[in-house]
Ligand binder design. Structure first.
Ligand SMILES: *Cc1c(COP(=O)(O)O)cnc(C)c1O
Ligand SMILES: [Zn+2]
Length: 377
């Protein structure tokens, strides 16, 4: 048997902290990761409830009594044809708040309760805020969400109906991030990009995919990337399964960015040492329009190590894919259609027998105003 570890560890200075410290970054300013040994008792798992918490031994929470859950997860893995090629799609738009962010929120808010924190702050372009607000409502933890002024009204309503305090910040997504960092000096930052517990929720995507394939990994996963909450989570998840010898290889990661906001694509393709300054444009895929993703090095490293690639999609390709998915009966939001547009591009060069897995990230009902506008174009 291996040695079981359980630590927060700084990605910059390597300092270790207990998982029960109320911190979200290192004193040196570095990002924190979680060093944690996951195990997968597959025979026991088989008999458990069909939720993401069936992988209990792989989730870094001490006490079951702190679990905040709506019995979410274990979403359907559905065969969808793209240009005649079969792609397996996790229907993660069917989560309680309408996006896969619930995976991260469930684990993070459970940990927040375990830490005895009474109030959190978070910033979001929408869906992460909706998820954190709903789980905090269930946990009876005070929650304040910072959003850019131009966030979809449906998402704002969802956040407010959960009882969270909403702060609309003028300017860019980066201005919002700046505002919340000030608030985070006083309150615990339940951030989906900084806080490592969020990623130890999104990693359950990888666990479910492999279990649904009979404890095998797919050849390829196609994932959207802005801040990388899903991409890095999936990467962690596949690595933990590999480390436990539950699967025997890591899938290739194909990362999708919106052509109007693609700093990671550029850094990857041009082998840059720093994340490039990019020109701000209007972005249809609001959920992945991140100019400066703080975990950018980790994201590029993960894609490289998996022998993967980056693909960008234009707004017209996103619209076309959105219409195509909706006509197939899957009502998804425009940001989710950036991933499906990327799938359409990728399958043109995939192998005939390649197992390709992707997902619907968010529900169309979240962005009704945008959908109505597209209908009238
Ligand atoms: C959060 C989100 C993504 C992925 O964005 P990241 O910034 O990489 O975490 C994709 N689609 C939707 C609908 C989202 O809410
Ligand atoms: Zn440090």
């Amino acid at each position: 048997m291996g040695i079981y570890v359980e630590n927060l560890v700084c990605t910059q200075c390597n300092k270790k902290f207990s998982l029960n410290e109320k911190i979200w970054k290192c004193a040196c300013g570095g990002l924190l990761d979680i060093d944690f040994t996951s195990t997968f008792p597959v025979d026991t798992i088989k008999g458990r409830e069909r939720t993401m918490w069936r992988y209990r031994e792989a989730i870094p929470l001490r006490d079951d009594k702190n679990i905040i859950s709506f019995d979410e997860g274990f979403t359907p893995l559905t065969d969808v044809a793209f240009h005649g090629k079969s792609v397996l799609i996790k229907q993660d738009h069917l989560f309680p708040t309408g996006s896969y962010k619930d995976r991260g929120a469930s684990v993070l808010v459970s940990k927040v309760r375990e830490l005895g924190v009474r109030k959190v702050v978070e910033d979001s372009s929408g869906n992460a805020g909706c998820a954190i607000a709903a789980y905090c409502a269930k946990a009876r933890i005070d929650c304040e969400i910072y959003v850019p002024e131009n966030t979809s009204p449906g998402k704002l309503a969802q956040i407010r109906f959960s009882g969270a305090t909403l702060n609309k910040i003028p300017g860019s997504r980066e201005d919002t991030a700046h505002a919340v960092l000030k608030a985070a000096e006083e309150y615990y930052y339940a951030s989906h990009s900084w806080n490592p517990f969020f990623f130890h929720g999104t990693k359950t995507f990888a666990f479910e995919v492999c279990e649904q394939l009979g404890w095998k990994s797919p050849d390829t996963v196609i994932l959207p990337v802005g801040n990388g909450t899903l991409l890095l989570g999936a990467y962690i998840g596949f690595h933990e399964l590999l480390g436990a010898k539950t699967i025997d290889n890591i899938p290739r990661i194909i990362a999708i960015q919106s052509a109007n906001c693609a700093p990671l694509y550029r850094a990857f393709k041009e082998d840059l040492e720093e994340i490039p300054e990019i020109e701000k444009k209007d972005v249809l895929a609001e959920g992945i329009a991140i100019a400066k993703p703080i975990r950018w090095r980790q994201i590029i490293e993960a894609v490289k190590e998996s022998n993967g690639d980056f693909i960008t999609v234009d707004d017209w390709e996103i619209k076309e894919s959105l219409r195509d998915m909706c006509r197939k009966g899957f009502y998804i939001e425009p940001t989710a259609a950036s991933t499906t547009a990327g799938i359409s591009k990728y399958v043109r060069r995939s192998h005939p027998n390649e197992t390709i897995v992707s997902l619907f990230t968010g529900h169309g009902l979240k962005t009704t105003e945008k959908m109505v506008k597209l209908l009238n174009e």
